[in-house]
Design a protein around this ligand. Structure first.
Ligand code: UDP
Length: 322
């Protein structure tokens, strides 16, 4: 049995589906603060908080072999406003989970980390051995959790894989689960809101970055590619391998303007684009070098930006009744 924390959220629900599809049993732990019960269509569901002592019953009642830990807050902008909230949920509450794992002898942990741990990278594409210098509280909360995992692994009888996601995007091709944040802050769903007229425009945050068109460059990776990486990471630990940290990205960067243009092409809709100020805490360019996970786990991404946006558009049409 695999414990999937945050399995009612965006990446967690897609991974929970993928795990069940290949035959793994799961129990989903989610407090539904950001997640949706309707996204838990596979496995058992426990409505509780990762920081609560009561999650002990999950370990008592199930034969947990590994934990995939998605439950976290993930908005850079919110973390700048409320840093304590991010440290408490993303860092401190993870320690509670690690303590439970120790008590019940669960020794495999797959962690949702982020490219935000790098801050403004030294060079592009980013390799895992670059210095970690997060520039926002969200990235910092994931950075110190990675450090806690390192210490835990040093103690022995515990191995982890930390997956540093670049920009997770796209949705389940069957539209059984999808991306639904409240409030939405991510670029692609917001652009699609503009395409369908739910919003009257999209704003570009910053046009004076040191990039060819002046807008931020990101590496967008389909959520199903991320899900696949989690399964490979679990199997890697199950085979007795030791702790590792991997980047997860497509290795290709797209500017905010390019993403907007691709959304216009995929949807066939035109809409208003505003040029706005920079958003605090945003590095200019983030592109992954994912060759390490390719070499060690045989993972490679399957989906390109157009497929990502097309899948997100189909989900958008479904939930908005278009
Ligand atoms: N962005 C933007 N307008 C928006 C939302 C995001 O220009 O309404 C930009 C943001 O500044 C960043 C990129 O789009 O450069 C991706 O942002 P997102 O919040 O999707 O992911 P992040 O990179 O912050 O994890």
């Amino acid at each position: 049995m695999i414990l999937v924390t945050g399995g009612a959220g965006y990446i967690g629900s897609h991974t929970n589906k993928a795990l069940n599809k290949v035959g793994y049993d799961t129990v989903v732990l989610d407090n539904l603060e950001k997640g949706y019960e309707s996204f838990v269509k596979w496995g058992e569901f426990v409505n509780d908080d990762i920081g609560s002592k009561s999650i002990e019953s999950i370990f008592k009642n199930n034969d947990i072999d590994a934990v995939m830990h998605f439950a976290a807050f993930s908005s850079v902008a919110e973390s700048v406003e409320q840093p304590q909230k991010y440290l408490k949920n993303n860092y401190k509450n993870t320690l509670n989970l690690l303590q439970m794992m120790r008590e019940y002898g669960v020794d495999k942990f797959i962690f949702s980390s982020t490219a935000a741990v790098y801050g403004n990278p030294e060079s592009i594409p980013i390799t895992e051995n670059q210095e970690l210098k997060p520039i926002n509280p969200y990235g910092h909360s994931k950075f110190i959790t990675e450090k806690a995992l390192e210490r835990e692994a040093e103690k022995g009888d515990f191995n982890y894989v930390s997956l540093r996601y670049f920009n997770a995007a796209g949705c389940d091709f069957d539209c059984e689960v999808g991306e639904l944040h409240d409030p939405e802050t991510h670029l692609i769903p917001l652009v699609l809101d503009a395409a369908s007229g739910i919003r009257d425009s999209i704003s570009i945050f910053g046009t004076d970055y040191d990039t060819p068109d002046g807008t931020c460059i990101r590496d967008y990776i389909h959520v199903n590619d991320l899900a696949d990486a989690h399964i490979k990471a679990y199997e890697y630990l199950k085979d007795g391998n030791s702790s590792e940290v991997f980047n997860l990205g497509n290795g290709q960067g797209y500017s905010v303007k390019e993403v907007i243009d691709t959304c216009k092409k995929v949807t066939g809709k035109d809409f208003k684009v505003n040029l706005d100020e920079r958003r605090e805490g945003d590095p200019g360019i983030l592109i992954a070098d994912s060759s390490k996970i390719n070499e060690k786990l045989g993972w490679s991404p399957k989906y390109d930006l157009e497929t990502i946006i097309d899948s997100a558009w189909k989900w958008h049409e479904k939930i908005n009744g278009i």
